[in-house]
Each structure stands twice: as structure tokens, then as C-alpha cells.
Design a protein. Structure first.
Length: 165
């Protein structure tokens, strides 16, 4: 069942329990979370944060109903302890938390790269739009000047015909 944002910290019981430690199965306030992460034994713990934390929602192996502890690099999937022995015994395995952090870091780099590329593309579009607008203004000026030139020639011809009549 989802925990409301009004849940209290299970450590100090004074602050709102907005951060859920997946390894300890406890809600923490911001201060207690920082203290928890400073401790040597829990420095690599992972947290879910937000207003609608579901403490009950854990990633379980559907076959063994065990929590995932490892990440199989060969199969690119999280695995439980039983699967790590039965199906992935000779595969390269890493700690799920470390793998998650690595994937998160790669994702952040990927997003930053896309943002940088997008900014460069936006700058290029803005520059080309400015150039296009300047070219349009130049064409309009040329057309207007040419139109005025022809109008003056026609006006002179009309005046000369009027004088002849």
C-alpha cells in the first residue's frame, strides 16, 4: 500500500518520511537520510524519494520470489541469489546498487550530451533563421527598389504622352 507524504521518519519520528531506503526497508527524513548515507555500512544504500513512496513495492524475481541482489552484465538483467547460481553461474555479475549507479551515471551523461547537442542545434537554427530573415529583407528591398524604378519610368512616359496631347 502506498505511503502518503505525511508518513513520518522512522528514525527521528520528527520529520516527514520522504525517502525510503530499499535495503533497510525504512522511511527517512532528509536529515536522517544524509546521516544514513554517511555511515560506512550504509553508504551505498539506495533510496526512493517522493510524495507517494510504495514501501511494499520491491523488485522480486518472479520465479523465486526473492529480492534482486545482483546484476548480470552478460544478460543485462537483475538477478536474485538463486538465479545467480542456477542460471548465471559463469556470468559476470555486479552488485545491483553499483550497477544502478553506473547506469544512472551513463544515463545522466547521455542526457547531458543530448541537451548539449540540442543547444548547439538550436543556436544553429537561430543563426540560420536570422540569416534567412536578412536575406528576405534584402529581396524585399530589391523588389521595392525595382518596382519604384519601373514606376518612375512609367510616370515619365505618361507625363510625356500627356504633354504631347
Amino acid at each position: 500500500m502506498a505511503q502518503a507524504a505525511a508518513s513520518t521518519c522512522e528514525i527521528c519520528t520528527g520529520g516527514p518520511g520522504e525517502h525510503y531506503c530499499q535495503q533497510c526497508d525504512q522511511l527517512f527524513c532528509g536529515s536522517c537520510k544524509l546521516s544514513h548515507l554517511r555511515m560506512k555500512i550504509s553508504k551505498n544504500h539506495t533510496f526512493l524519494s517522493g510524495p507517494n513512496i510504495n514501501k511494499e513495492e520491491k523488485l522480486f524475481c518472479t520465479e523465486h520470489e526473492e529480492i534482486f541482489f545482483f546484476y548480470c552484465n552478460d544478460c543485462d538483467t537483475p538477478v536474485c541469489r538463486i538465479c545467480s547460481v542456477e542460471k548465471h553461474s559463469r556470468h559476470l555479475m555486479t552488485d545491483l546498487t553499483k550497477s544502478t549507479e553506473k547506469l544512472k551515471s551513463e544515463l545522466v551523461k547521455n542526457i547531458e550530451s543530448k541537451v548539449t547537442t540540442s543547444k548547439l542545434n538550436l543556436d544553429k537554427i537561430e543563426k540560420e533563421t536570422k540569416t534567412y530573415r536578412e536575406e528576405v529583407k534584402a529581396v524585399i528591398k530589391t523588389i521595392t527598389d525595382e518596382g519604384n524604378h519601373w514606376k518612375n519610368l512609367i510616370d515619365k512616359k505618361v507625363d510625356s504622352f500627356v504633354k504631347l496631347v
